[in-house]
Design a protein around this ligand. Structure first.
Ligand SMILES: *[C@@H]1O[C@H](CO)[C@@H](O)[C@H](O)[C@H]1NC(C)=O
Ligand SMILES: *[C@@H]1O[C@H](CO)[C@@H](O)[C@H](O)[C@H]1NC(C)=O
Ligand SMILES: *[C@@H]1O[C@H](CO)[C@@H](O)[C@H](O)[C@H]1NC(C)=O
Ligand SMILES: *[C@@H]1O[C@H](CO)[C@@H](O)[C@H](O)[C@H]1NC(C)=O
Ligand SMILES: *[C@@H]1O[C@H](CO)[C@@H](O)[C@H](O)[C@H]1NC(C)=O
Length: 338
């Protein structure tokens, strides 16, 4: 199921391209309760189908139970449960000189539609993908690709300064347990995707972003993939809840001109049924540093198994131009479920 590295896929078209992602402005000068109203009003018919009633059994009922027991509004518990789990399995790369983290977001294997050969949640999420332009004083502060209704951030750019992505890190010390403990008030720490957003909003350099991402206490483990605006600024920060366990940086001296993260610690082998790392590196190596661009990265991300049935969208960012572009993806059969 690994295919030859794709070429000439960009600009996006054809059966793997469902459409461009729409842009919305989020005005940070408005009070927080008003900022999302225009977007949600326009997209409410896409947002509604994702509420608790549509979650597969027994999760919908369990989540309602947690909401009842904790007194936390149901909507919040749903979001907390699905968003981290659902949205954060992806592949990210920062390449020297252009710093392009990119992302293939994937969903949980809870509801494979046999007849349609697709993930039902993945299909429901595609209409929710939006690009956001966060402004203050009518000026862009940062941009992100998000799901309508989600206020955290998985991937975004602070133009001319840095690009940032979060990936899920599976660990015993995290996921549902951490989240449940947080709801029950037994755990402190920050939501991973809220840290991503805070860093995009507040940090004013690559170094400042790196420090915040490495040192802020979290609710669950995560990977942060950060790219800067200077040669040599690109890293993967592997986080436990409390610590930065490892920082892998671009290093021209070691011929390491890119760093690449799927969902496994980079010093360990990926799970054998989900090795997107080896084929992704093969395509990166084949492309060479000289030829790396938005277009060749899109090619790599259009190659199976980097493109698979869980792929919701592909985002490409270029820090020096302050550019973020996202495309909703399909993976026509034959295509791996993940
Ligand atoms: C299969 O997908 C189509 C289009 O995406 C959808 O209209 C249809 O309801 C799906 N079938 C099932 C059984 O979910
Ligand atoms: C905001 O900026 C845009 C151009 O970037 C301009 O057309 C618009 O008038 C500005 N709005 C305000 C309220 O300043
Ligand atoms: C890179 O970011 C720093 C802030 O960290 C900024 O001062 C500098 O102007 C930026 N360089 C470029 C080329 O945009
Ligand atoms: C890609 O190149 C790097 C650096 O030269 C090397 O360590 C890695 O093994 C190569 N991977 C593949 C899959 O070709
Ligand atoms: C890099 O791009 C150039 C110009 O498009 C092309 O001629 C060359 O074959 C490419 N090199 C590789 C290794 O793909």
């Amino acid at each position: 199921f690994t295919e030859d590295c794709r070429t000439a896929m960009y600009p996006p078209s054809g059966p793997t391209f469902r459409g461009a992602v729409r842009w919305y402005t989020v005005d940070l000068d408005l009070p927080p309760s008003k900022r999302w109203a225009p977007l949600i009003a326009e997209r409410k018919n896409d947002v509604r189908p994702l509420m608790a009633d549509t979650l597969p059994s027994p999760f919908g009922e369990e989540i309602k139970g947690i909401a009842d027991a904790s007194g936390v509004p149901l909507g919040e518990v749903v979001l907390f449960n699905i968003f981290y789990e659902v949205f954060t399995v992806c592949t990210s790369v920062v390449a020297e000189d252009i710093f392009l983290p990119f992302h293939i977001h994937r969903q949980p294997p809870s509801c494979w539609d046999v007849k349609n050969k697709s993930w039902t949640i993945s299909e429901k999420l595609k209409p929710l993908v939006v690009n956001l332009d966060f402004k203050k004083n009518n000026q862009t502060v940062f941009k992100s690709t998000n799901f309508a209704g989600y206020v955290g951030m998985l991937t975004g750019i602070k133009p001319h300064m840095f690009t940032l992505t979060m990936n899920e890190r599976f660990s015993l010390d995290g996921g549902y347990i951490g989240i449940l403990e947080w709801i029950l008030g037994q755990r402190d720490g920050m939501w991973m995707s809220f840290l991503t957003r805070t860093v995009l909003e507040k940090a004013n350099s690559y170094e400042e972003a790196k420090k915040l991402l490495a040192e802020t206490k979290l609710l669950a483990p995560a990977y942060f993939i950060l790219g800067g605006n200077q040669t040599g600024q690109g890293c993967i920060i592997t986080r436990s809840r409390t610590l930065s366990i490892d920082v892998l940086e671009i290093d021209p001296k070691l011929d390491r001109w890119y760093v690449l993260e799927t969902n496994y610690d980079h010093w360990k082998e990926p799970f054998f049924l989900d090795d997107r790392r080896t084929p992704a590196m093969r395509c990166m190596n084949q492309t060479t540093q000289t030829n790396i661009s938005v277009s060749t990265l899109y090619d790599m991300l259009s190659t199976k198994p980097m493109l698979n049935k869980l792929t919701t969208y592909t985002t490409l960012m270029q820090v020096s131009e302050g550019k973020l572009e996202s495309y909703i993806r399909d993976c026509p059969n034959p295509c791996m479920p993940w």
